[in-house]
Design a protein around this ligand. Structure first.
Ligand code: DOR
Ligand code: ZN
Length: 438
């Protein structure tokens, strides 16, 4: 990230900071990369105006903490043709995100302190803050643990073998125990791959119609249930299991039950899983192919219910860029994943706020302070005094159209090309620097 800029005064906006329980007109001063003052309208201006290098008129806009995405694939090192840390963080900024957690399924796999440090080095050209999530096992091969203490010291905020599950009982037990000792969450890609070999979408009527092998709900829920059982055996209060891209009603029930039993289990849901169903695969549309797959309407409704009732901890995109030539193949050969950074806020506002009545404050919370809490990202996801000056400004009423070819991401693999959304992003500020103007 580049050098510091001068103080910024944001005037006249509606501040929504769920962590501070503020939803009111406020002026806010950003200085030295931090939130320096928050005051009711007008109170700040005389003194702060003089020192402000830039005064932003936020009349009619929501001023919220910069969004936090705890599940993105930035593809560096190794696959810069899909995405780079520079292009992925530019897409993040355009989507209102100021913190992104980068998955380790790069080439090589991020299983070392060296790669972890490489990812956050200034030379990568990130425009928002990147938090690496390191591999839980060497090469994500599921056999030997990586060095959790050293990875954490290098900047890792969690461990996972995402893209694949940590499958064996013994290795998952070791992972949970070692991560707990080191104060790191274990992020599980919950897919029992012994049940999903050769499958390319959800098991259901669409797969049947298309003649494709389908992944069952049980392939997800049984691994979540297994992980919860193992977590219960760890006698360490710091043990924390986080279920990535949870997509089934059954797995959500397991998470809720575990929590009632006092276990530290959290989960995230991706916008595509509360927006689309398996029917979006249509006629072998590879832009509707991801893992976990789009599910049934029943599962989709369970994700919405879980987001509304608070049993889902965070919205995370699983931003998974792939090149056009890779997606333009037979459905079964095409890679899993869609981009998500630039459509997450729009989809959340459209589906959860507009269609299901979720309050604006809850929308912001699920996209900022709650994900920050899941991975203990201190000073992120809030605009409290002294927090990082990470801010997003958007017009909640202005409709806009997402055009994939204009995306900041190097890849355009999205099923949401041409979709209209409420909530036009006007500005994103990362640690006191303006990194996006809409
Ligand atoms: O859809 C997905 N894409 N799911 C994964 O688990 C991996 C990811 C990727 O890396 O492309
Ligand atoms: Zn995954």
């Amino acid at each position: 990230m580049s050098t510091q800029s001068g103080p910024i005064l944001i005037r006249g906006g509606q501040l929504i900071d769920p962590a501070s329980r503020i939803e009111a007109p406020r002026d806010i001063l950003l200085r030295d990369g931090r939130v320096a003052a928050i005051e009711p309208p007008g109170k700040l201006n005389a003194q702060a105006r003089k020192e402000a290098a830039e005064v932003v008129d936020a009349t009619g806009l929501v001023v919220a903490p910069g969004l936090v995405d705890i599940h993105v694939h930035l593809r560096e090192p190794g696959q810069g043709y899909k995405e780079t840390i520079a292009s992925g963080t530019a897409a993040a900024a355009a989507g209102g995100f100021t913190s992104v957690c980068a998955m380790p399924n790069t080439i090589p796999v991020n299983d070392s302190p060296e790669t972890t440090r490489w990812m956050i080095a200034p030379e990568r050209g990130a425009v928002v803050r990147v938090f690496p999530i390191a591999a839980a096992t060497r090469g994500s091969m599921g056999e030997a643990l990586t060095e959790y203490g050293a990875l954490k010291a290098a900047g890792a905020v969690g461990v996972t073998d995402d893209g694949k599950p940590i499958l064996g009982d013994a290795i998952m037990h070791q992972t949970l125990a070692s991560a707990a000792r080191n104060g790191l969450p274990v992020i599980q890609h919950a897919e029992d791959t012994r049940m999903t070999g050769g499958c390319s979408m959800n098991a259901g009527p669409t797969a049947f119609r298309l003649g494709l092998r389908g992944m069952t709900v049980e392939a997800e829920s049984s691994l979540v249930e297994r992980d919860i059982k193992l977590l219960g055996e760890i006698k360490d209060s710091r043990a924390h299991l986080h279920v990535a891209h949870l997509s089934t009603a059954r797995a959500l029930e397991a998470v809720k039950k575990a929590r009632r039993n006092g276990l530290h289990v959290t989960c995230e849901v991706a916008p595509h899983h509360f927006t689309l169903t398996e029917e979006a695969v249509g006629d072998y549309n590879t832009h509707a192919k991801m893992n976990p797959p789009l599910r049934s309407q029943l599962d989709r409704e369970a994700m919405i219910a879980g987001l509304l009732d608070g049993s889902v901890d965070a919205i995370a995109t699983d931003h998974a860029p792939h090149a056009a030539h890779e997606k333009e193949q037979e459905f079964e050969r095409a890679p899993n994943g869609i981009t998500g950074l630039e459509t997450a806020l729009g989809l959340t506002l459209k589906l959860l706020h507009r269609q299901h009545g979720m309050t604006m404050s809850r929308v912001i919370s699920l996209l900022s302070v709650q994900p920050a809490q899941v991975l203990s990202l201190k000073g992120r996801g809030t605009l409290a005094f002294g927090a990082f000056a990470d801010v997003v400004l958007f017009d909640p009423r202005e409709e806009w159209t997402f055009v994939a070819r204009d995306s900041r991401s190097r890849s355009k693999n999205t099923p949401f090309d041409g979709w209209k959304f409420p909530g036009k992003i006007k500005m994103t500020i990362s640690e006191g620097r303006i990194v996006y103007r809409g």
